[in-house]
Design a protein around this ligand. Structure first.
Ligand code: G1P
Length: 300
């Protein structure tokens, strides 16, 4: 499986000047570890992490830290030791270098050399995207087993948000078919609202047929002057390659910007035994204080 993690993290500056956004903690666990957990759950043993030279901390996170572990063990800090060790045996992470930020499609293209010769299909997980609960990749693998080709993950957004995403043009499901699995007629990267073919957009999970590498080599820079994987997929569709979408109906958090990241932290913290109860209590008080001050301001 491939995790593109070479981006500059511009939406999260200034923190991302020195800390890769993939290492920012959702409660206490970096986003990259959550992605590694999801990949492991879907059966991955190896993760090709596409990074940039200035983001070496991401790979260091997958290295075992013997001094830290032995110190925690000697001090009897078992809970902390277990947390540190959790990542050790999840997956083997291998680094793939992307020396210039030329887009998501370019980053995926860089991973070709990291695949085994007999891997005719591979998954891409965007670490910005938490798709919850884990398990959507397994659904996508099932879809590929039925239809072959490429399988993407879609979710519904309000119309005014479509311009932030790759947007699908979908066939209607035949009667009796699972309405969550649809054939893709076309795909367009971040269209204007008026031009969007639907309100079903791409989440950051892709099950790509190996032919994508050939399509990426033939893909010109698109939106934002970058090589877009959306455009390479559109090219494959035009050439008759079967592409399906699995429509995810669960939750999703965008960890790539502070607003989405805060929601993810609150969501995870509310479910956490240590932090949940007191956070819930504090939030409730904070929100009712807000309601009171709003009433004062609006004269209600
Ligand atoms: C990327 C893809 C876009 C997809 C999105 C999902 O965009 O290009 O098609 O919908 O991820 O998060 P980005 O968010 O990297 O701009």
């Amino acid at each position: 499986m491939v995790v593109p993690a070479a981006g500059l993290g511009t939406r999260f500056l200034p923190a991302t000047k020195t800390v890769p956004k993939e290492l920012l903690p959702v409660v206490d666990t970096p986003g990259i570890e959550l992605i590694a957990r999801e990949a492991a759950l879907a059966g991955a043993s190896r993760l090709a992490v596409v990074t940039a030279p200035r983001k070496q901390g991401i790979m260091a996170y997958f290295d075992q830290d013997e001094l830290l572990e032995s110190t925690l063990a000697a001090r009897g800090k078992t809970t902390q030791l277990e947390k540190v060790q959790a990542v050790n045996n999840l997956v083997e992470a291998v680094a793939v270098n992307q020396d210039r930020p030329l887009g998501l499609g370019h980053a995926i293209g860089c991973a070709e050399s990291a695949l085994d010769d007999d891997e005719d299909c591979f998954a891409v997980l965007l670490p910005d995207d938490l798709v919850l609960p884990f398990g959507v990749l397994n659904e996508m693998i099932d879809v590929r087993q039925r239809f072959g080709g490429t399988v993407l993950c879609g979710f519904e957004v309000p119309e005014e948000e479509v311009s932030n995403y790759g947007v699908f043009d979908l066939e209607e499901p035949a009667e009796g078919d699972d309405p969550r699995v649809r054939r893709v007629r076309g795909m367009v990267e971040k269209p204007d609202v008026a031009d969007a073919p639907s309100t079903v957009v791409a989440a950051g999970r892709y099950l790509l047929d190996r032919t994508i590498f050939d399509a990426l080599r033939r893909t010109e820079p698109g939106k934002g002057g970058e090589i877009q994987v959306t455009d390479a997929i559109e090219l494959l569709i035009k050439e008759g390659h079967p592409v399906h979408v699995f429509i995810h109906e669960g939750g999703r958090h965008d960890l790539g910007n502070p607003g989405g990241f805060i929601r993810a932290c609150v969501d995870f913290a509310l479910n956490d035994d240590s932090y949940g109860p007191s956070l819930r209590q504090w939030l409730t008080g904070r929100l009712s204080a807000d309601a009171v001050s709003h009433a004062v301001v609006s004269g209600e």
